[in-house]
Write a protein that binds this ligand. Structure first.
Ligand SMILES: Cc1ncc(COP(=O)(O)O)c(C=O)c1O
Length: 385
């Protein structure tokens, strides 16, 4: 095998059918979607078709999809946009301790602007307590932002139950979900689950980097964070990245097909991986919980070892994984997520994240296990010297 790519939570390879859609757009759709002539109308139609494809995965209408420059912008837009639009109603916001930096840093900023932020803790499986959420919601709580699947340990929050709690206590509280790691891996039903805003990102589902979207339920008020020509119904000014949008549309079509026909496949891969680990590497510890975890993310700790050493030793064998979270992997401090779930520093420092996609094969998982076993024993021997 030339290479085994198991870092799909960081980013995914772009599918051929997506490359085709992007190339076709670049070649044949150069009109500005805001132009009134027919070239503009053609481009506008392309955007609408892509919004239909994204909306179909979420079971929502195309006009509830706003395209952004990626997941980070979608999260910023949802959180800042709600906090600012609703600040006369209240300045209390709720989130969790294990959010992605594109959520946590926005709340840091809002705190500096005298908003009050409550951070919900998680248990050792990486799950918040629904009872605790219920107790924290107040009449002046304008926003609750909770990620669906955690990008480091894969914990899945019970979003449907949380949505029900939020809306029963304060129907005016806006519920935002960062679904960047779950879009395309798990079924998502924003309408049924009481979700007002939902973020997703193209490069996690085989589309290019730099394109994402925010689902904005009809009637939800958002103050824009980008001002200009008033594109996308004023929610997000700026000439649309139509090639990226076409790519996200094509990737969403693929995802919809996979979810319908192969939804168990990622779990099959995970079961194979976990069984292989148990056999070949009994010293490995799973961070977070396997039972309540996403199908495509497994965080594995090797006590006393260094995750970065393992990562590079695996890379030498053509295997690509991540330490902790890829989005913050250049930050050498212990991951805030592993800390929040109470993972011992000796294990956290020796952790790698393995993440799969629909393109991963069973043979790759088998080969990975045997390469990992030999790498771990080599690194162990070396560190004992
Ligand atoms: C859970 C989560 N939220 C947000 C982001 C940021 O998305 P993007 O890279 O598209 O800005 C990521 C990326 O890793 C993520 O995993």
């Amino acid at each position: 095998m030339e290479m085994i790519y198991l870092d799909n939570a960081a980013t995914t390879p772009v599918l051929d059918e997506v490359v085709e859609a992007v190339a076709d757009c670049l070649r044949n759709y150069f009109g500005n979607p805001s132009s009134l002539h027919r070239l503009g109308i053609r481009s506008e139609k392309l955007i609408k078709e892509a919004a239909d494809s994204v909306g179909a995965v979420l079971h929502v209408d195309a006009d509830e999809i706003i395209f952004t420059s990626g997941g980070t912008e979608a999260n910023n837009m949802a959180i800042l946009g709600t906090a600012l639009a609703r600040q006369r109603t209240g300045r209390h916001l709720i989130t969790t301790a294990i959010e992605h930096p594109s959520v946590l840093r926005v709340f840091d900023h809002l705190k500096s602007q005298s908003f009050e932020v409550t951070y919900l803790p998680v248990d050792k499986s990486g799950l918040i307590s629904p009872d605790r959420l219920e107790k924290e919601i107040r009449p002046d709580t304008t926003l609750v932002s909770i990620m669906h699947v955690n990008n480091e340990i894969g914990s899945i929050q019970p979003i449907e139950q949380l949505g029900r709690i939020i809306k029963s206590i304060n129907p005016n509280t806006v519920f935002h979900v960062d679904a960047i790691q779950s879009f395309g891996k798990l079924g998502l039903y924003p309408k049924k689950w009481g979700i007002d805003l939902l973020s997703l990102s193209g490069h996690k589902i085989h589309a290019p980097k730099g394109i994402g979207a925010l689902y904005v339920k009809k009637g939800v008020r958002l103050q824009p964070i980008l001002f200009g020509g008033g594109q996308q119904r004023g929610y997000r000014s700026g000439t649309e990245n139509i090639a990226g949008i076409a790519g996200l549309g094509a990737a969403s079509k693929f995802i919809r097909r996979e979810l319908e026909t192969k939804s168990a496949y990622l779990y099959d891969l995970k079961n194979r991986l976990v069984a292989g680990l148990k056999d070949a590497l009994p010293q490995a510890v799973i961070n977070g919980s396997l039972e309540s975890g996403a199908p495509h993310i497994v965080n594995i700790g090797f006590p006393g070892m260094k995750g970065e050493v393992l990562l590079h030793a695996l890379e030498d064998e053509g295997v690509f994984v991540s330490t902790g979270s890829a989005c913050s992997s250049r930050d050498r401090t212990v991951s805030h997520v592993l800390k929040a779930v109470g993972v011992d520093d000796r294990i956290a420092g020796g952790s790698i994240r393995v993440s799969t996609s629909y393109l991963t094969t069973m043979d790759e998982i088998d080969a990975f296990i045997s390469i990992l076993a030999s790498v771990v024993s080599r690194v162990e021997k070396y560190s004992r010297r």
